[in-house]
Design a binder for this molecule. Structure first.
Ligand SMILES: C[S@@+](CC[C@H](N)C(=O)[O-])C[C@H]1O[C@@H](n2cnc3c(N)ncnc32)[C@H](O)[C@@H]1O
Length: 340
C-alpha cells in the first residue's frame, strides 16, 4: 500500500494503522493473555534459576588466587570468611570487651541524643557537631587510657556535648565520683574545644574498686584498680589542664572533704558519686551551696532503671526551696541550672 499522509491519516484515526505491530503488542499485554501465559513464564523462570545455580556450583574458577578446582560457590564462601576475619579486629575498637558497654550506637540512638541535646541546649548545629566530636574522643581516650569511662555511650556523649553548649558561667568544674578520671579528662577537652579554660576538681574515695552503697559492684570490666595512679594517667592525656586537676580523695558527704573543696563557686558540678537516694540528696544539698549563679548541675544516671534513688532524690529536692531549675534530660543524665 502506498502510505501517503492523505491516505494514512484516516486509518491512524480509526486505529487501523499501523496495520499489525501495536495491535499484536496490545494482544500480548492484555490481562487475559498475561494470565494465559503465566504458567509458561513461571516454567521459564524456574529453568533459568536452575541453570544459574548449576553454573554457580559447578563452574571451576581457575585463577591463581583460588585452590585448583574451586567452584564459584567455594570462592564466595572463602571471600565471606576472609571478610568476617577482617571485621573482627575492627569490631574491637567499638565492642564492649574490656569496658562493659558497646560503643557502637545505632543511627536512631544517635539521632535521638542529638534531638534531646538540641532541646535542652537550644543549639541544634552545636548538638550535632559536639556529638560527633565527643564520640570520637570517647573511643580515643578508652583506647589510650587506663580503665574506662562509666556508662552507656549516648549518656557519656550527651554529657560531654551538653556541658560546653550550656555555656556555664565560669570554668570551675567539680566532679563528684570520678572512677578512673577519664570522663574528667574528656570534659576538659570538650571545654577547651569551646574556647574555655577548664579547671577541674575531683572528689572520689579511690578505694581500689567502685563503691556503691547498697549495690554489689564486681570486678571492673576493664580489670584496672580504681586508684589515684590511674586517674593521674588519664588526666595527663588532657594536657596542662588535666595535669593541674585537684584530686581530693574521700567521700563527698565528709565535712573535711567538703571544707577542702568548697573554696570556690563552681560553674559545673557533675553528681556521679554515691547513687543511693540518700547520697544524691546529700550531694544536691551541697551543690546548692557551692554552685555559681547560673551554674550547671549534671545528675548522672538520671531515670536509669538500675539507679532509682537518683530521680527519687531529685524529685524530693525540687519540692524544697531550691535555686535549681530543671532544664531537661539527655540519654540518662538530667540537667539543672542555678538561678543567677
Ligand atoms: C559511676 S562511678 C563515676 C564514673 C565517672 N564519673 C565516669 O563518668 O566515668 C562512681 C564513682 O563514685 C565513687 N563514690 C561512691 N561513693 C562516693 C561518695 N560518697 N563520694 C564520692 N565518690 C563516691 C565510686 O567509688 C566510683 O568511683
Amino acid at each position: 500500500m502506498c502510505a501517503s499522509p492523505a491516505r494514512v491519516l484516516p486509518l491512524v484515526v480509526s486505529g487501523l494503522w499501523p496495520p499489525y505491530r501495536p495491535r499484536m503488542r496490545a494482544l500480548i499485554t492484555s490481562k487475559t493473555a498475561r494470565r494465559a501465559l503465566r504458567p509458561i513464564v513461571e516454567l521459564l523462570d524456574q529453568r533459568i534459576e536452575r541453570q544459574v545455580r548449576r553454573v554457580m556450583t559447578n563452574t571451576v574458577v581457575n585463577t591463581t588466587r583460588n585452590a585448583p578446582g574451586s567452584t564459584a560457590a567455594d570462592v564466595t564462601q572463602q571471600e565471606l570468611q576472609k571478610l568476617r576475619g577482617r571485621q573482627r579486629p575492627l569490631e574491637l575498637f567499638f565492642d564492649g570487651t574490656g569496658r562493659g558497654a558497646s560503643r557502637l550506637p545505632s543511627a536512631p540512638h544517635l539521632d535521638r541524643t542529638i534531638a534531646e541535646l538540641a532541646r535542652v541546649t537550644g543549639d541544634k548545629d552545636g548538638a550535632e557537631r559536639n556529638v560527633a566530636q565527643a564520640f570520637r574522643l570517647l573511643i580515643a581516650l578508652e583506647a589510650l587510657g587506663v580503665g574506662r569511662i562509666a556508662g552507656g555511650t549516648m549518656n557519656i556523649v550527651g554529657k560531654l556535648s551538653a556541658v560546653p553548649l550550656l555555656d556555664p558561667p565560669n570554668d570551675e568544674i567539680l566532679e563528684i565520683g570520678t572512677l578512673y578520671g577519664m570522663f574528667g579528662a574528656a570534659l576538659i577537652r570538650m571545654m577547651e574545644r569551646a574556647g574555655r579554660d577548664p579547671r577541674l576538681t575531683i572528689v572520689d574515695p579511690l578505694a581500689g574498686t567502685q563503691l556503691q552503697p547498697g549495690a554489689t559492684m564486681g570486678d571492673d570490666a576493664s580489670g584496672t584498680p580504681v586508684q589515684g595512679a590511674a586517674v593521674r594517667t588519664n588526666l595527663s592525656l588532657a594536657g596542662a589542664a588535666g595535669a593541674a586537676t585537684r584530686i581530693q580523695q574521700g567521700f563527698s558527704e565528709d565535712p573535711e572533704v567538703r571544707a577542702l573543696v568548697s573554696d570556690r563557686s563552681y560553674g559545673v558540678i557533675v553528681v556521679d558519686g554515691d547513687h543511693s537516694a540518700a547520697g544524691v540528696a546529700a550531694d544536691l544539698e551541697w551543690a546548692e551551696r557551692i554552685v555559681a549563679p547560673g551554674g550547671i548541675v549534671v545528675l548522672d544516671d538520671f531515670g536509669h532503671p538500675k539507679w532509682p534513688g537518683i530521680k527519687e532524690a531529685f524529685e524530693k529536692h525540687m519540692a524544697t526551696e531550691t535555686r535549681f531549675t530543671y532544664l531537661g534530660q539527655v540519654a540518662h543524665s538530667g540537667y539543672l541550672r542555678a538561678s543567677a
